[in-house]
Design a protein around this ligand. Sequence first.
Ligand SMILES: Cc1cc2nc3c(=O)[nH]c(=O)nc-3n(C[C@H](O)[C@H](O)[C@H](O)COP(=O)(O)OP(=O)(O)OC[C@H]3O[C@@H](n4cnc5c(N)ncnc54)[C@H](O)[C@@H]3O)c2cc1C
Length: 396
Amino acid sequence: MATKKRVVVIGGGAGGALLANNLPLEEFDVTVIDRSPYHYYWPWLLYVAFKGSKRPMKKEIRELLKPGVSFIQAGAQSVDLNNRKVVLENGKTLEYDYLVIATGSRPTYSQIGGHKKVVERYGDYHSSEENARRVWNAINSLKQGTFAVIVGGDPYRCPPSPLEGVFLAEEFFRARGLRDKVKIVFAVPYPRPYPAEPMNEVVEPILRERGIEYITFFTLDRIDEEKKVAVSMEGEELKYDVLVVIPPHVGTDMKIAPEDVLTQDRFIQADKYTNNIKGFDDAFVIGDASAVPVAKTGVTAHLQAGVVARRLQGEDARNSGRTNCPFDLGYGLGTFVISDYNNPVVKLPPSRFSHLAKIAFAASYWDMIRYPELWNPIFEAYFEATEPAKLGRIYV
Ligand SMILES: Cc1cc2nc3c(=O)[nH]c(=O)nc-3n(C[C@H](O)[C@H](O)[C@H](O)COP(=O)(O)OP(=O)(O)OC[C@H]3O[C@@H](n4cnc5c(N)ncnc54)[C@H](O)[C@@H]3O)c2cc1C
């Protein structure tokens, strides 16, 4: 019998866990490494922050992996791509035939002056459950004044998430009868509230309808929490009472040799169709950790995991660059940000169905990770029915 190929997967989040569960164990010896014992369903931070949800948003990685997949709870310190070695923070070394890096992305608080103080005070919804609870406490204590959300820089996880927070906050203050006392302001460094123009045509009218103010070309430079003012590089000042900043994200904390596979902000460069790390046939990067030109979303990680699993089994599978980001517009409405490498974002109108699809996805998430053999055909049918080229002909 041929010896099994050793696959080491660094990161047991959305991309890594799904990749591991998609590999046939008769062919592969699969080891997942994660610093954390838990896999987090990050999109739920939105509902912790703006709905006060107490629904658990993490599960043990070990529980989510198929029996037979090995799990090592340890940080990976360095990767030597030329010599096929991974060194762990506990001093152990692992050798591999194939490597998949799925270490995600993480917020950074060092690029904007005063950012840390603001997070300690009001929290955010891109880092931890604790910080999302701080947002919930902050909006509950605001009875009058200005609630501001500022996009602090690119990239960050889930392009719709800043506006989702704004819409849910508006719904929150209206439900509390405080809407005439609380002004809501959204500031972005872009020329329009949503960067992709077709989706902006969907959301900008909603912002106006709901009386939410927005400021464009606001590149956040520093925040003075004593004076409660955020200052842009353009010199504009935004006064606030409660401020939530969408933190810019950076890539991996591991040392990687050769270093030139990393971008300046530590994302890993890869072929956008195959996810092969630049210059390496036996190493891949999937999900948020990669520098490929697609949005940092779980769905992207999911699709890339499927492609890499099929490539490892000898198929010439390729990524289309498909995005499929559910977008909560508040008041039980939603839309989806759908595009691929060849088709721009579709102008998909708000609907109750899109909102419910987002909630149904969250409700089924753990099952989707654990049993890809059940869910893969459902996703294939869904992605085929909602191809951006097809939808683009309907929604113009
Ligand atoms: C508020 C919010 C809303 C979102 N909404 C959506 C949505 O509606 N739809 C959607 O598709 N996506 C959404 N996302 C994005 C989605 O959560 C991420 O894109 C997805 O989790 C990325 O998966 P990943 O596997 O790349 O990284 P992750 O899921 O972050 O997993 C990375 C794993 O790697 C581990 N790790 C990191 N470094 C090391 C190391 N050196 N050694 C060992 N382990 C390491 C981490 O502990 C972690 O478990 C949202 C995100 C946020 C914050």
